[in-house]
Design a binder for this molecule. Sequence first.
Ligand code: UDP
Length: 239
Amino acid sequence: MILITNNSKRDDGRAYDEIRPLKIEAGVLERADGSAYLEVGGNKVLVAVYGPRESYIRRLLKPNTGVIRCRYNMAPFSVDDRKRPGPDRRSTEISKITAEALRPALMLEGFPRSMVDIFIEIIEAEGGTRCAGITAASVALADAGIPMKDLVVGCAAGKVNDEIVLDLSEKEDKEGQADVPIAMMPRTEEITLLQSDGDLSEEEFGKALDLAMEGCRQVNKVQIEALKTRYAQDAGSDS
Ligand code: UDP
């Protein structure tokens, strides 16, 4: 299978180190405490954040800090073959790793016995939805006013036709040789998620990690712009 049609470009015309077109908007839902909408390539992702708030699930609460809960969900119409509604192994795993990727950035000590709920809805999927969900969720958390050390950004790199490439499309993910999704807090470059699927040499893995980190830095700029636009709107409506 030939995915890359010339020496420098990929199937969709991108350079090896180029992310797909990315758009983020903060504060898109009225009822949620925080929200964000993200498009990257063919992915469309909506995130709603509620809290910190009381929860009736007392066994999950902690006396000295707030806690987060995350639900990643793919709409049945989000993929070519209808996705069976409801949780499955994959969505349970992604919900768990997303909460773990976001948690180090959150400062919830001031909210004991409370819960922050993060709902990630994949409306359309085209590869890289876990990273897109993390990126959008951290914007929604900031929009909710949750104290954070930094934003968290998700981005993947991988290996396609023996080249290390950034931000794999669905086709590249399915037909390529490896996928390395990461999440990072850009200020300290602390990695909060690192997964690897496929075969990579040590050198290739290092290259993929470096490239994914560079992708995170690029995506972070778009997150910051989305939040600045949101705050400018708020400031405008207050005056
Ligand atoms: N996908 C699909 N049906 C499914 C799950 C995934 O068509 O039930 C597609 C979707 O486009 C997704 C891609 O396969 O983005 C890659 O899925 P993966 O599990 O690698 O997670 P992701 O890359 O989305 O984080």
